[in-house]
Design a protein around this ligand. Structure first.
Ligand SMILES: Cc1cc2nc3c(=O)[nH]c(=O)nc-3n(C[C@H](O)[C@H](O)[C@H](O)COP(=O)(O)OP(=O)(O)OC[C@H]3O[C@@H](n4cnc5c(N)ncnc54)[C@H](O)[C@@H]3O)c2cc1C
Length: 456
């Protein structure tokens, strides 16, 4: 039991705020994007700076409080009822060196802020699909995005991290300083400490040729089958994905998406429109799209390729890597979410990986998806009444249907909620997992940063 005097002593050292259940702004402070998560920690620190984080970690270590981190709350569903939550949303330092193109990004920032600042300089960050996701949260898991095949993972671009490790020390992790911690944070995700900011290389790329084709219900099957065939010869500079969508008729959605049961084919080419148009032609020829939203696009608007939701919602989802795709896989997916089915799954997505994603950085990194050819992701309707059994059943049925194509390895940003020790292990190749576990023990010897299930 924490004494009031001890909490007050910690408070006196902080520039940010320390909240407890019962404080009026506690609920809004501990709520993020995924409303299926419930955060009820004993203490929530809204960190005002990296010194606050260091003080809080020392306090937690002294009182044996488990620590969790809340960035934007886009992570998998978690239920927390103890310990300390470190909320990073006010760590929002952002600067870009115009000469080197290196951005310094605080842990509270979403990608949209980074892209907005980079765009006037003709620069872009290599990000994930959604501008609403936390820059650091995504990067710690590697980061698979719409430019993945041409540019690799987000973590490939990191120059350094500032991190408060489990011993309360504020460290720099880079190729020169603490290189083992640097290796771990480029894909190893959790269990090391709180990253307060990172330096990342932006790339010169003001405009891309990108967007999505939307096919109606009757064309889900031919377009999906055609895309699968096309991926066998897809050029590496092009990144594409498909998503069977069954969307509600909501005003917030752009017009062709409202109430849609159809297939979105997403396309991104980091070059000129003329070449991009030629590269996109086989996809336009997949059928008659009801909407063609592929065009020249400022990279600051890359979020339009996937059009991920930005309003908070409960997200019950699964993600896996696939060892390959073929027409039998198409049949299996269509049996679950194709025309004529009823399903509570609102988005079922397959992304083509490969290309630069297969190439590790020269100094090595712990990102666990290299070599995988495709990813699968599916999310249920944002309806809490379906969360208990209807959505888990539908997700389970999808997984059973595609079981022969599921790779025995995953990548952490797509692994969803860890269901078991084996599931946790599978987010990295075995040798990377073992090294990560050793480094978790080194940098967080007390195991304060609760991460992953306990071994079976
Ligand atoms: C709509 C949507 C789209 C997505 N698209 C992609 C995508 O295209 N590519 C991709 O790779 N991933 C994608 N993701 C997954 C996303 O990258 C991860 O869930 C990521 O962890 C979210 O980080 P966050 O800070 O936004 O979320 P949070 O829920 O706040 O954080 C999730 C976890 O990240 C870690 N973390 C966050 N901040 C810190 C920090 N400062 N220090 C240490 N650890 C920290 C913690 O382990 C924390 O529990 C998507 C998720 C959603 C919901």
């Amino acid at each position: 039991m924490l004494e009031n005097s001890e909490i007050q002593e910690l408070e006196s050292k902080l520039t940010g705020s320390l909240l407890r259940p019962g404080d009026s702004n506690f609920p809004s402070t501990v709520t993020g994007f995924n409303l299926a998560s419930s955060y009820s920690p004993e203490l929530a620190l809204v960190a005002g700076g990296e010194e606050d984080v260091a003080e809080a970690v020392k306090f937690a270590a002294k009182h044996k409080l488990p620590i969790r981190i809340l960035g934007t709350g886009h992570g998998p569903t978690v239920h927390i009822s103890d310990g300390m939550l470190i909320v990073t949303r006010n760590l929002n330092r952002l600067s870009i060196n115009p000469e080197t193109g290196v951005a310094t990004i605080g842990a509270g920032l979403k990608w949209e802020a980074v892209q907005a600042a980079a765009a006037p300089m003709g620069l872009t960050a290599i990000t994930g699909s959604s501008p609403d996701v936390g820059a650091i949260g995504l990067t710690l898991g590697g980061g698979l995005g719409p430019l993945g095949r041409s540019h690799g993972a987000t973590s490939d671009y990191v120059k350094s991290f500032r991190v408060v490790t489990g011993d309360g020390e504020l460290r720099t992790a880079s190729a020169e300083e603490n290189p083992d911690l640097f290796w771990a944070l480029r894909g190893g995700k959790g269990g090391f400490g709180v990253v307060t900011e990172m330096e990342i290389q932006l790339v010169e790329l003001p405009v891309i040729y990108a967007g999505a084709l939307i096919f109606g219900t009757d064309q889900i099957e031919p377009a999906l089958r055609g895309w699968i065939d096309w991926t066998g010869s897809a050029p590496e500079e092009v990144t594409t994905s498909v998503a069977v969508m069954r969307l509600p008729d909501l005003e917030q959605l752009p017009e062709p998406m409202r109430g849609l049961h159809g297939l979105a084919v997403r396309f991104a080419y980091p070059g000129d429109a003329e070449t991009g148009e030629a590269l996109a032609k086989p996809l336009r020829d997949l059928g008659t799209a009801m909407a063609d939203m592929i065009s020249e696009l400022p990279t600051s608007m890359m979020g339009l390729i996937h059009n991920d939701p930005t309003d908070p919602m409960p997200a019950n989802d699964i993600g896996r890597l696939l060892s390959g795709v073929d027409q039998d896989l198409a049949t299996a997916v269509l049996s679950q979410v194709g025309a004529g089915t009823t399903s509570p799954l609102v988005v079922t997505e397959i992304r083509q990986l490969g290309g630069r994603l297969d190439v590790d950085v020269p100094e090595g990194s712990s990102y666990g998806g290299r070599g995988a050819k495709f990813s699968l992701y599916s999310v249920g309707a944002p309806d809490p009444r379906l969360a208990e059994s209807v959505i888990p059943q539908a997700l389970g049925s999808l997984l059973s249907a595609v079981e022969p194509w599921i790779s025995n390895q995953n990548t952490v940003n797509f692994a969803g909620k860890f269901e078991s020790w084996d599931h946790f292990r599978s987010a990295w190749p075995p040798e990377i997992f073992d090294r990560l576990q050793k480094l978790r023990g080194k940098f967080d010897p007390q195991g304060l940063f609760t991460y992953g299930p306990t071994p079976d």
